[in-house]
Write a protein that binds this ligand. Sequence first.
Ligand SMILES: [Zn+2]
Length: 472
Amino acid sequence: MQGNVTFDPLAFAEPVLKPEIAEILDLENGEFLDVATFISRRRYDRLVAERVSIRENLADRPRFGCALCATPVYLVASREKRFFFRHCREDGSCPSITRSALGRDEIRALKYEGQRESLAHRTIKERVIRSLASDPSNSEILSEKQWRSTRDPASRRQPDVQALTVFGRVAFEAQLSTTFLDVVAGRRSFYRDEGALLVWVMAGFDPDYRRMTTDDLLFSNNSNILVIDEETTALSEGSGTFYLRSHYRVPELFAGVIRDRWESKIIAFRDLTTSFESQTAWAFDYAGQSEKLFAKEKEEVQRRDNDLRERICAFWMLRNQHTPDPLSHEETWRSLTRELSDCGVTPPTNDRYDRAVTGLMNGVLSAREKRPIGWDFKHLIEVAHRICDGYPEHALAMGFALRLYGCDELIAAQDKSGKWAKRARSIRDGIRQGDQRYLPDQDTLPFLTFAFPEVGANVERFLSSRLARSDL
Ligand SMILES: [Zn+2]
């Protein structure tokens, strides 16, 4: 192709195909921008105008820098009217030329260093220093000075700012979008070993536009993000107390599920809760509050379950099984089983409303009350025999209930002929040998476990150990 190409000024601009500088750094706000996207999203005529302004400000107030070396860059058009960025000084030192030989971590480290040079980073660093200096309880405020490990002089870090505060020596780091989790984690352990605190601060925070790198800080700091902005800095300078802003999540329970909403407040630095061990500094105790909510929710669930359990048993005790139940009874039972469903328990069903659980309720309740319930017997031992005759699938539950409710002596006293003792032994052997007749009923098990938790737990334990054995 020869000569200049004319280009439709209203069309979108096109980047060169393989730009040497693939990413640029917005020196104003510290954001990285993909060059191809940056160019192709702009209309040709507007980009040409922007190119002029980028060029004019290059010496005094550069707008963009190379993502890898932070050297200011300007926009150039090829003869084909395709655009790319070029360093303002081309001395061959920029690693972008040999970019392909760099590892991911090296590129990341270069970008991080570059970002530290951005105006955004310098601005927040200055605010941290101004805020610290305004409060006489802080001293020895140092900027970009090495912090040598007291244990291992070869190990060192260079925090943005460090100072002696009410919490001892504290390192302040301004969070940048390239501050990845490994950086966060590495620094955290360094300062923990030093018995010092590392506090991450941001220039601003919008809960709706969080980055992954912000989440790394958020979730490792008890869901609090600390911000030092112009307003808090002015407040610190006006009051002589170091203030900052904390954004934090407030947990709330809705129908057993935790939902968070965001709040923020301005708080004096000395009023933060800090921990060297977890390297945290926060205004609102998110973890503590959620735990409290969960405990409260658990208590409420237990109270609700206990109440329903008592009403189910009370209903059964008052039921007259000799005469047909009035319709109102059936309605009461239906409403109880609806409540059971709401508690997450599948109620067993049968053609007649109570048939599905008659044997189970009569048997276990009789053991609990140590007298026949539901059937017209005189002695508890008759109930035990009845269960084994008519409801062998509940024999195991009945056996556990007799033991758990302390009926052994009573049953022995009522078993004058020794018939029960013999039968119990033979059922035990049958169960051990896998007699299918005595296999506990799975359909009523959730109901049993809800109505009589200890009895149900024993049956469940039996079933799972049997399953484990059959797996072998
Ligand atoms: Zn470069």
